[in-house]
Design a protein around this ligand. Structure first.
Ligand code: HEC
Length: 120
């Protein structure tokens, strides 16, 4: 009986553990509000986000007019920086022109980052 319960507990825990770093499929859904301004093909209100993970802020997205605040931020979009940015863009880069309140649900943020990684 004990083994059964433990087995069931592991079966429930494992998929969660495997996705602790973010779930790209869930991230695609969580990306919905970003689509108003971003895609992965061309610049719109916001810059294209193709390959943004690992890139220097304001240096990708050919021809996009980034704010000085973002260009001078010196940020590289690793996961830690992306996380802080997506939780609160204005706190991470005061003066940014990304008008977005941020996502307070950390799981969603991790999922979105996992999704962005698939768009390299
Ligand atoms: C209302 C429009 C808008 C929404 C919604 C929006 N963004 Fe942005 N985003 C922008 C703009 C504008 C910039 C350029 C900011 C600047 O130059 O200061 C930007 C910049 C970025 C950058 C930096 C790109 C680079 O090359 O340095 C990332 C990453 C980003 N957005 C991700 C997201 C994600 C993920 C979401 C959804 C959770 C989102 N944005 C929602 C408008 C938006």
């Amino acid at each position: 009986m004990r083994h059964l319960i433990l087995g069931a507990a592991f079966a429930l825990l494992l998929p969660v553990a495997a996705h602790a770093e973010g779930d790209a499929a869930a991230g695609e859904k969580a990306f919905a509000p970003c689509k108003a301004c971003h895609n992965f093909e061309k610049n719109g209100v916001g810059p294209t986000l193709k390959g943004v993970v690992g890139m220097k802020a304001g240096e990708g997205a050919d021809g996009y007019a980034f704010s000085d605040a973002l260009k001078k931020s010196g940020i590289t979009w690793d996961e830690a920086n992306l996380k802080e940015w997506l939780i609160d863009p204005k706190k991470k880069v005061p003066g940014t022109k990304m008008v977005f309140p941020g996502i307070k649900d950390e799981k969603k943020v991790n999922d979105i980052i996992a999704y962005l990684k698939t768009k390299s």
